[in-house]
Design a protein around this ligand. Structure first.
Ligand SMILES: Cc1ncc(COP(=O)(O)O)c(C=O)c1O
Length: 378
């Protein structure tokens, strides 16, 4: 890898110089040995080897420097620049909304001639710009982002940029800092399941201790809608069957909208979580998330409660503008393969201040919330 990236001129120069020193030291050694005898032969050899050693050291330094510069340069430079400051983030967000969507080569494969792909809710082809941004991480930028040496550093930098990029896309408050509100996961189902777990543990640690005795005797309640993705609904039903939660499922009208009045009437101080999807994956209804968020915030303030709000935005992020601060959500699911990323890449937004428990325990990656060396295609 190094040789490929080594400038031809530097390489030729080193070979040329090595050859000259070798020739010169041989001549000096020959002359000395013929004129003065064996001790001079020894001195001549030392001189020759010493100079060759110096050259070898210099050669190594140049190679290492070149490799390091090469890795620095290999950090992907997407067409949409990564945000570096809060003002840039605004511009970047605007650029991103308008530039998403150039289909990648998959759609041009001859086996699909005459076909039109309409199933973008199931998954999308990888966008061309995503593919280009990922390439360095499939080839020369292979380091572990947790490593502090030159192979890890560019990966760590790229990871931070990716995290800030995702945070800016949903207008997370931490986008201008280290975007620690974004935790990368492997899929939408993982984000949904873990969001529910986080809310339940939060309830036991932060809400239940402040309840009265009667309230303490009830199970934590989770309120959801009848049209959620199975990653939410089936997981909640499993928790209900295990006797871990009380589940309230709100119906929808003929257009697929949840009934806000019904939802508000179900809120109580033992409600741990309300989880309502942003866009529906079957019929496309966009739920009134802002109004739900407002209703929960008013309830929390009025009742001194701590109900958390999660929204599964798998079908929305990258397609319609999402502003987590405006919507009033505490947790939000983001799924990369629904808007041009490969499968296996998703994220969970966890609002600052929501004390989350680890989803995977191990090496402390993702701010200690989800261990495991990250798939850098993120
Ligand atoms: C609304 C919604 N939530 C969650 C998911 C689950 O995402 P994944 O298949 O990446 O686990 C999907 C996938 O279709 C979805 O449409």
């Amino acid at each position: 890898m190094f040789h490929e990236n080594f400038s031809d001129d530097v390489y030729r120069y080193i070979l040329d110089s090595s050859f000259k020193v070798f020739k010169w030291s041989t001549e000096v050694t020959n002359k000395m040995s013929s004129y003065r005898g064996k001790s001079d032969l020894l001195i001549g050899s030392f001189l020759g080897f010493g100079l060759a050693g110096c050259l070898f050291y210099l050669h190594n330094r140049i190679v290492r420097q070149s490799a390091s510069e090469d890795l620095q340069d290999s950090t992907p430079k997407p067409k949409v620049p990564y945000p570096e400051s809060s003002s840039e983030i605004q511009v970047d967000l605007h650029l991103q909304q308008s530039q998403i969507g150039t289909p990648h080569y998959g759609l041009q494969d001859p086996q699909f001639d005459g076909c039109i792909y309409f199933d973008y809710n199931a998954t999308t082809p990888i966008y061309r710009e995503v593919y280009e941004a990922m390439m360095p991480f499939l080839t020369k930028c292979f380091g572990n982002p947790s490593s502090s040496h030159i192979f890890g550093k560019p990966c760590k930098t790229a990871l931070l940029k990716a995290r800030r990029y995702v945070a800016a896309l949903i207008n997370a408050q931490s986008a201008a800092e280290n975007a620690e509100e974004i935790v990368f996961t492997s899929c939408g189902s993982e984000s949904d399941n873990r969001a529910i777990d986080i809310a339940l543990i939060y309830y036991y640690n932060n809400i239940k201790p402040n309840l009265n005795d009667l309230e303490k005797n009830s199970l934590p309640t989770v309120i959801t809608s009848a049209v959620e993705h199975p990653a939410v609904l089936c997981y909640l039903r499993a928790l209900q069957m295990q006797g871990k939660i009380k589940l309230e499922v709100i119906g929808v009208n003929e257009d697929g909208f949840v009934n806000l009045a019904e939802l508000s009437s179900k809120l109580s101080r033992t409600t741990a979580l309300v989880t309502i999807m942003h866009s529906n994956n079957e019929v496309g209804t966009i739920q009134p998330i802002r109004a739900v968020g407002h209703s929960i915030a008013s309830f929390n303030q009025r009742e001194k409660a701590g109900v958390l709000f999660h929204s599964d935005a798998a079908q929305s992020v990258g397609k319609v503008p999402i502003d987590v601060q405006g919507l009033g959500v505490d947790l939000l699911t983001i799924v990369g393969h629904k808007f041009g990323a490969p499968k296996g890449i998703a994220a969970l937004f966890i609002k600052k201040g929501v004390k989350a428990s680890p989803m995977l325990v191990g090496g402390g990656q993702e701010g200690g919330l989800r261990a495991g060396t990250l798939f850098l295609m993120i």
